[in-house]
Design a protein around this ligand. Structure first.
Ligand code: FAD
Length: 311
């Protein structure tokens, strides 16, 4: 099954979850090629590139998102090679131009994929999250090409290095959207959906100043701070830190929830996490039913102890 992985490229480099998706598909024996698309990473020429990264298209105009350009590049790729599957991981860009490209080509599109496997009869079986993760849907695709978006950090593998990709030569269509200016938010937040460790806080933190405890812990662990909706609604943390149904979907290796009750809408955003640690003073908090480790106690007592032990 000829498969193309589309990798989001920015000045910082290729997206880790795209690289891991490529590694996963290599491990599972897919006939996979990758295409890097976007801005040229600062270290692109010096980096050891993935073996199956066959082509790239970088253009300074792609520092401003231009869906027409992305779709044009994909269409050109599909004219050259008959790919059966075009895959990527979810980002604000791919969630926009994947369905657009699929609609343009009258191709099927499935998002929020948690797993995919090739059956004995050669067909592709897809498992995707439905209703904010309350249900898993099983699907089969019978049309080629198909566009598939995988949830971040779900399909992970080690990718081989040694690639020598070629640059695509294309004329970009004019962007009908004119970008006037960008304004940075006051607090800089790394994209939570990419974070490997998240320390999240809820209403149990009592006031915004107390998030310093979580910031210290996140810094020690090399992670990021997340929040429940109660916290972002109260303005204690920016919305970009909210985890859940109406916030970010995250799947870090470690998720530490402090003073969060574990409402279904919060769980919907973090249930892909590998190890979940819950700190809550109420032993009946629903989060304790969904965690790997639970600490029943006052976070204002426990967090300083954890921080001290990490020193
Ligand atoms: P609370 O429910 O008030 O829980 C606070 C917890 O802190 C309690 O369990 C308490 O025991 C504990 N606590 C208090 N003091 C301490 C202490 N000193 N030490 C230890 N523990 C302490 N919520 C989200 O998070 N994300 C979403 O995306 C989201 N989307 C929603 C969408 C819809 C349509 C709706 C209706 C709701 C949504 N919600 C979302 C809200 C959700 O239902 C909950 O109201 C919210 O998650 C509660 O936040 P919380 O756990 O921080 O607060």
């Amino acid at each position: 099954m000829k498969t193309l992985v589309v990798m989001d490229s920015s000045k910082r480099g290729l997206k880790t979850s795209d690289l891991e998706l490529l590694g996963y598909l290599e491990e599972k024996g897919f006939e996979v090629s990758a295409l890097a698309l976007g801005e040229e990473p600062e270290n692109f020429k010096k980096d050891s590139l993935p073996l199956n990264l066959k082509s790239f298209f970088f253009h300074e105009d792609l520092s401003f998102y231009n869906p027409l350009a992305y779709v044009e590049v994909l269409k050109k790729q599909l004219q050259q090679t008959q790919y059966s599957l075009i895959l990527s991981t979810a980002s604000c860009k791919t969630q926009d131009f994947f369905p657009y490209a699929a609609a343009t080509l009258k191709a099927p599109y499935i998002n929020q994929i948690k797993n995919l496997s090739v059956e004995k009869d050669g067909s592709l079986k897809i498992i995707k999250s439905l209703y904010s993760g309350k249900l898993l849907g099983h699907f089969q695709i019978k049309k080629s090409p198909s566009f598939l978006l995988v949830q971040n950090n779900q399909l992970r593998g080690a990718w081989k290095t040694g690639g020598e990709p070629i640059a695509l030569d294309l004329v970009l269509p004019k962007n009908p959207i004119q970008h006037l200016k960008f304004k940075r938010p006051e607090k800089q937040v790394q994209d939570l959906s990419e974070a490997n460790i998240i320390v999240s806080g809820g209403r149990g933190l009592e006031k915004p100043e107390n998030f310093k405890l979580l910031e210290d812990l996140a810094k020690k662990l090399g992670g990021e701070v997340g929040a429940s909706r109660a916290v972002t609604d109260a303005g204690w943390q920016p919305y970009s830190r909210q985890v859940g149904q109406t916030g970010k979907t995250v799947s870090p290796t470690l998720y530490i929830a402090c003073g969060i009750s574990g409402a279904i809408q919060h769980l919907a955003g973090m249930q892909g996490s590998k190890v979940v640690v819950v700190i809550n003073k109420d032993p009946e908090a629903p989060f304790f039913k969904k965690c790997s480790y639970g600490l029943v106690g006052d976070l204002f007592v426990l967090l300083p102890k954890i921080l001290k032990s990490l020193e």
